[in-house]
Design a binder for this molecule. Structure first.
Ligand SMILES: Cc1ncc(C[n+]2csc(CCOP(=O)(O)OP(=O)(O)O)c2C)c(N)n1
Ligand SMILES: [Mg+2]
Length: 790
């Protein structure tokens, strides 16, 4: 079994700047100890109540300790931004604790309610996490998009001139490279000539279940080079390099280079004697290799054979410091998962925890007395004032926290309703075009982005006026060749549209990065992303991730529903309103009319900037509707933002209310007009945001539970006007989008909507087939009346 704490003693190392290295070595030891101990404490010391394993990843953390020590305590600068591999969260927190940014109670509460999160979270952790991670692959890809945003705000002069560009750094698990989104992001980064990105791959050759194929490494190398990245491999540590230079060293190097990953891992776990047995058997005595091996006892042989580049602090420092240009660089750091711990190398170590006996031995090896486990300087054999002085000078910590408070962008008091617009998608394009023509501050801070559907989602007029962003100027060949086109397509650093390839997942990461530009770079942007509504599904994890990070953006999902009639089932959407209703941090709207849309967009730009605000989603349609002739009163606008209004108020004893959302306004109005012939008191309720109504209803319930007896939700107040009615709800989406309204005050509900895959057709055919036309509404109303009168 591997020896505990088997990192090479300082004395073995020769270094010109010994003191600095000694301090870094001490901090490396401490980061390993604290990250291991905080997981142990959470699992074995803190009292548990529910019989659940608390968990934590000691082996994944140990793997990255050396490279993170090199980066955080020496290489990084305050302007750099880092996405830390999710399972190395304990190392990140240990480093922040050593820098004095966390108190011990937080450390003790790792994975507990109100304590440090299992995976780094920029919203929930208190110690200045730059980029959240957790769902593997997302944090790494985010750095590419953050770097593009840094270029964007710098080229626009939105951040103070003279400051140096930060590096966007990802510390990546090797198995994360299995995630497809990584490659989508790399390709997009290549198209945009991304700069200032570093990916440090923790190449421990282990994933969760097992050992990774040794053939993978060559593919990783090729892939990054193909994407225009520099690849730097940190394979051997200093001790190994020195051994290779001895007689017989070549043969050992060859043996290591051809050793399968799984054997290397198994021998790492077994220790020195096992290495010797294999090396002697496999190499024999090629030009002095036996004599060389005889120089090492088993402990030193174990130390030598596990002296991989990514676990060798000095090798890591030298490598990182060797590069100071802006070329995107991938460092492949060979490491041992569980390095320095008895878990090292075992294929099942991913969620493995050291037992209390192992931990006791580890503590003794670290020369830490019982009761001193949380002490920042105990057991290091170094004066604490020396280390304190070193920590005071750590460049990365020169500013803390590094997060910016972003300025507010003024939003016009009114966004005029474009007179010609017939559909909400039309209206969206025209409203943006009006903004594009203006000199308002908001016009300079809106940035649009779309995965290859800018034109078909009506961003065309905006793009024509504001141009496409690229770090380098490129002409528009069609315009240069005088080929007539409605769309200008030249690119420059002045552009305000970021055109993406078709990968929707990238859209959400781009929106996340743009939506964090304020806190990250000190320049607030108002990002708007457009895509077809059904393809929200394609980027769902990244959407959730963007919201979890509290990025602020406006998502315009258009066109939508089976109203996209001839396009058929592959392009129609029915579940998206349920997705956006359930998505925290995203206020979702589905307006029927363009005046509603204008009011919502105006409010949205404020909401995107409010401390307690969030992002906004607009589900729009290409279906032309006759627009109402009306001027919205302030009160009506408030209702639209709150989620609904009475398009036709009910009589107090109304038997029937028709509730609609979005473009089914036409069918609902038609049915309501017919109903009124027999039931003059029937009401018509317009829902502009099922999401806001639902959210507000739950908030009111919670307020009442906590003693605010008079708290009511908007939907409760609206339904108070028709206490005894039956409700027919209709929406071009899954009927569950509105059917919950029946539980607000116990109204009987007849929910209409789309609960089967769509298909091609025209609107009359499809609305009939799926039971959402006026006739279906009338039929449901008739059934409701019959039932009431029985
Ligand atoms: C999208 C996603 N799928 C699955 C998981 C569960 N999971 C957590 S870590 C892990 C393997 C990680 O291996 P690697 O990236 O090599 O990290 P290591 O622990 O080896 O450093 C998996 C599958 C996850 N966190 N995210
Ligand atoms: Mg791994």
């Amino acid at each position: 079994m591997a020896k505990i704490g088997a990192s090479p003693p300082t004395a073995i190392l020769e270094s010109a700047s010994f003191d600095r290295i000694a301090c870094l070595r001490a901090l490396e030891r401490k980061a390993l100890w604290l990250s291991t101990w905080m997981i142990h404490h959470a699992n074995h010391v803190r009292a548990g109540r529910d019989g659940l394993k608390v968990g934590g990843h000691q082996a994944s953390s140990a793997s990255l300790v050396s490279m993170m020590t090199a980066l955080y305590f020496d290489v990084l600068r305050p302007e750099d931004r880092v996405a830390v591999k999710p399972h190395a969260a304990p190392v990140f927190h240990a480093i922040q604790y050593l820098l004095g940014h966390l108190d011990v109670e937080r450390m003790k509460a790792f994975r507990a309610f109100g304590g440090l999160q299992s995976y780094p979270s920029r919203t929930k952790d208190p110690d200045d996490v730059d980029i959240s991670t957790g769902s593997v692959g997302l944090g790494a890809a985010h750095t590419v998009f953050s770097s593009l945003v840094q270029d964007y705000v710098r080229h626009k002069g939105l951040v103070p001139a003279g400051g140096s560009d930060g590096r966007m750094v990802a510390l990546v698990g090797d198995a994360e490279l299995d995630e497809g989104n990584i490659f989508e992001a790399l390709l997009e980064g290549w198209k945009k000539d991304v700069r200032n990105v570093w990916w440090v791959i923790d190449y421990n050759r282990q994933s969760l279940d097992s050992i990774i194929s040794e053939r993978l490494f060559a593919r990783i190398d090729d892939l990054f080079r193909a994407m225009g990245w520099r690849v730097e491999i940190l394979k051997y540590g200093k001790l190994l390099k020195r051994a290779f230079a001895q007689p017989g060293g070549d043969a050992i190097k060859h043996w290591i280079d051809t050793c399968p990953n799984s054997l290397y891992s198994a021998l790492t776990f077994k220790g020195g004697a096992a290495w010797r047995e294999h090396l002697v058997k496999d190499i024999g005595d090629v030009s002095g290799s036996k004599a060389l091996l005889d120089e090492y006892d088993d402990d030193v042989l174990q130390m030598l054979m596990t002296n991989l580049g990514g676990n060798d602090l000095e090798a890591a420092l030298e490598t990182f410091h060797a590069f100071d240009d802006d070329t995107p660089t991938c460092f492949i750091g060979y490491t041992t998962k569980g390095f320095g711990l008895p878990l090292a190398g075992h294929k099942d170590n991913h969620a493995g925890l050291m037992n209390p006996e192992q931990m006791d031995r580890f503590r003794a090896d670290m020369r830490i007395d019982e009761g001193q486990e949380w002490d920042r300087f105990a057991g290091l054999g170094m004066e604490s004032h020396t280390l304190r002085a070193f920590l005071d000078e750590v460049p990365f910590a020169a500013r803390y926290p590094r997060r910016h408070a972003a300025e507010r962008i003024a939003v016009p008091t009114v966004l005029p309703v474009p007179p010609r617009a017939q559909s909400t998608q039309d209206g969206f394009g025209l409203i943006l075009n009006d903004i594009a023509r203006s000199d308002d501050e908001i016009a300079s801070r809106i940035v649009t982005t779309s995965p290859d559907v800018a034109v078909s989602t009506n961003l065309g007029p905006w793009v024509n006026r504001r141009g496409i962003f690229h770090r380098r100027e490129t002409g528009d060949t069609f315009a240069d060749e005088n080929v007539v086109s409605a769309q200008k397509w030249s690119m420059s650093p002045d552009g305000q549209h970021v055109e993406l390839g078709i990968a929707e997942h990238n859209l959400f990461l781009m929106l996340s990065a743009l939506g964090l530009s304020g806190p990250m770079f000190g320049a607030r942007l108002l990002p708007i992303g457009t895509l077809y509504d059904p393809f929200i599904r394609r980027g769902l994890d990244a959407l959730h991730y963007a919201c979890y990070q509290d990025a602020r953006f406006m998502l315009v999902a258009t066109p939508s529903g089976i109203t996209l009639a001839p396009e058929g089932g592959a392009h129609q959407s029915s579940e998206t309103p349920l997705i956006t209703l359930a998505q925290t941090g995203l206020a979702a709207f589905e307006p029927a009319y363009v005046d509603e849309l204008a009011a919502i967009m105006r409010w949205g730009f404020e909401y995107m900037q409010a401390d307690d605000g969030g992002s906004v989603c607009l589900r729009l349609s290409t279906r032309p509707l006759a627009q109402p002739e009306r001027d919205l009163t302030d009160e009506r606008i408030d209702d639209i933002i709150a989620g609904g209004y009475w398009a036709a108020p009910p009589a107090p004893d109304a038997e029937i209310v028709v509730v609609y959302a979005g473009v089914l306004a036409a069918e609902a109005e038609d049915a309501h007009a017919q109903l009124q012939e027999d039931l003059p008191g029937a009401g018509l309720l317009a829902v502009t945001s099922a999401d806001r109504l639902h959210h507000d209803w739950l908030a009111a319930r919670r307020a009442r539970v906590s003693g605010e007896a008079g708290a009511t939700g908007h939907i409760e107040r609206l339904l108070g006007a028709a206490p005894d009615a039956s409700l027919v709800t209709v929406v071009d989406a899954h009927p569950a989008t509105l059917s919950w309204i029946g539980s607000v005050a116990g109204h009987r509900i007849y929910p209409l909507g789309v609960d089967r895959f769509g298909q091609s057709g025209d609107i009359p055919d499809l609305y009939r087939e799926y039971g959402i036309d006026a006739e279906a509404i009338l039929d449901a109303a008739a059934r409701a009346c019959i039932r009431r009168r029985r």
